[in-house]
Design a protein around this ligand. Structure first.
Ligand code: SAM
Length: 281
């Protein structure tokens, strides 16, 4: 094993301190990715080393929040991976429709595009008033943006293409109004979405979900934290519920893997099996 460099040691101590003081646990994030982000933050800051930055970071919450914004990758888009949303529309929604009411959790929702896409899709499939979406993220700055539902107009061309490729048949322009260089999503889209802070590294499960989406979040985590998240999702999901991961992610543990069947293999949509009587005994 290579000896730890001074910088690696400084990072490890900083992450320990952050966990201790603020309760945010980044110790289980993939090391290369977190190091890259922290180094980028340091280069833009007034500090020369992490040791120099540490005492201020642990004392000034606003400085820590600035760092938090850099640590988390918040890239997202409406109807990201259109084939995934097409499969949700065609293969998942028919099951969801068999329930009078469904609960859906978007874990790591960033600025909300994924949750708004789901609301549009469910409304189009005749489920208005029959669902509640819980959209959560560790980063409260992105959650504030998500609640606003305002995005750069320049992105709308790409989002319209995604929407059409995902099987959307309406005019995407119906879902927002343009003001200057911004698109304001129709406020009615957020009426059944609850945005709230939730930290996958430290917080508890949400109960009785019919569907959990955690896409492009766990790629930044170490194996142990991925396992924690998958257990959390499993605890949240009802039997027959759906778990959706990012296209580069899989069910990490054999144990959990056995509880799910893969509905649409390349699209990472899994369905939680109903236990047989023998298994429940
Ligand atoms: C790349 S975005 C994914 C957004 C969306 N799910 C998608 O696929 O387009 C990753 C999000 O995960 C959030 N995140 C990172 N660590 C988290 C944690 N421990 N708990 C909850 N959210 C976390 C980040 O703040 C970020 O908004």
């Amino acid at each position: 094993m290579k000896p730890e460099t001074v910088e690696d040691l400084e990072i490890r101590l900083l992450l320990e301190g952050i966990h201790h003081i603020y309760g945010y646990d980044f110790r289980e994030y993939a090391q290369s990715s977190i190091k890259r982000r922290l180094t980028h933050w340091l280069a833009e800051s007034e500090f020369g080393t992490f040791s120099e930055a540490q005492s201020r970071l642990l004392r000034e919450r606003s400085l820590f929040e600035d760092l938090l914004r850099t640590i988390t990758v918040n890239v997202t888009e409406m109807f990201r991976d259109p084939a995934f949303f097409k499969s949700v529309r065609e293969q998942v929604v028919p099951f969801l429709k068999t329930y009078p009411f469904v609960k859906i959790w978007h874990a790591g929702c960033a600025t909300g595009e994924e949750a708004y896409s789901m609301a549009i899709l469910l409304n189009e499939e005749g489920m208005v008033g029959r669902y509640r979406i819980y959209a959560t993220d560790i980063n409260e700055t992105v959650l504030d943006k998500a609640e606003e539902g305002v995005m750069p107009l320049a992105q709308m061309q790409r989002f319209t293409r995604n929407y059409q490729q995902s099987g959307g048949a309406a005019s995407f322009a119906n879902y927002y109004s343009a003001r200057h260089d911004h698109a304001i999503l129709n406020p009615s889209l957020k009426q059944d979405i609850v945005f709230s802070p939730h930290n996958l590294a430290t917080d508890a499960a949400f109960g009785e979900m019919n569907m959990v989406l955690c896409r492009n979040v766990m790629i930044y985590f170490k194996h142990s934290l991925k396992e924690r998240c998958l257990q959390l999702f499993d605890d949240s999901l009802r039997a027959g519920g759906f778990l959706c991961l990012g296209l580069k992610e899989t069910l990490a543990t054999k144990e959990i893997n056995a509880t799910y069947e893969e509905l649409a293999p390349p699209l990472r949509i899994y369905r939680k099996r109903y236990l047989t009587q023998a298994e429940t005994r």
